[in-house]
Design a protein around this ligand. Structure first.
Ligand code: SF4
Ligand code: SF4
Length: 204
């Protein structure tokens, strides 16, 4: 596996090394470096480099929370529950797979039979204080109903910080405006999934 992409992450053309010297390869080179560092006053050289970079006013610090870094599409933040585009109905069928696979045991759900004799989710909470955002629930969901969203500011003063079903569900007004964001990351089908799928033969 080529790990170059992982080693290079977050490093692009806007990053540059400040006054990096060649590393000495022999004893004479190392001796010269010791002499140079001893008599050149490395502390003041370092202070000069910092002052020189400050005077360029090329500031990279992010003023969080007023400014925020963009997050990757596969980032696993607070969960969202999706609706069907065709009917606006909830996608979750109450199968319970997400609750069973959760290794932190932080999903609690219950179902009941509604007036049309169909199963509906009556209770669904995720304890975000326990969740480790592993993504298993999103990966196992057969309906692409539970996904991770981009909301990562979920700090709380309460030890038990729950998120309930309606808090995660896409609001209906977002559906009418066509603003539901589909999940691009963990567990989502890839755009070329149709081509990769082997069709089941009709006669076997
Ligand atoms: S992300 Fe992982 S720990 Fe969090 S609810 Fe899903 S399965 Fe559980
Ligand atoms: S969110 Fe998905 S996996 Fe969990 S109960 Fe609903 S349909 Fe099943």
């Amino acid at each position: 596996m080529n790990t170059q992409a992982f080693n290079d992450r977050n490093v692009n053309d806007s990053y540059y090394m400040v006054d990096i010297e060649e590393y000495p390869t022999d004893g004479w080179g190392r001796f010269k470096r010791v002499i140079k560092r001893t008599f050149r006053g490395e502390l003041f050289v370092g202070l000069w480099v910092v002052l020189r970079e400050m005077l360029k006013f090329n500031i990279h610090t992010i003023q969080y929370p007023l400014e925020k870094m963009p997050i990757g599409p596969r980032y696993r933040a607070v969960h969202e529950m999706k609706r069907l585009w065709e009917s606006d109905a909830e996608r979750c069928i109450g199968c319970g797979l997400c609750e069973k696979i959760c290794i932190s045991n932080c999903i609690k759900m219950d179902t009941k039979i509604d007036e049309n004799s169909r199963k509906e989710v009556s209770e669904y909470t995720i304890n975000l204080g326990r969740c480790i955002f592993c993504g298993y629930c999103a990966e196992v969901c057969p309906e692409l109903a539970i996904t991770h969203g981009g909301e990562y500011e979920n700090g709380s003063e309460q030890r038990e910080h729950y998120i309930d079903y309606n808090g995660m569900l896409t609001p209906l007004e977002m559906m009418t405006q066509g603003k539901q964001q589909e999940f691009e990351g963990f567990g989502a089908i890839t755009p070329h999934e149709d081509a990769r799928m082997k069709k089941t033969p009709l006669a076997y």
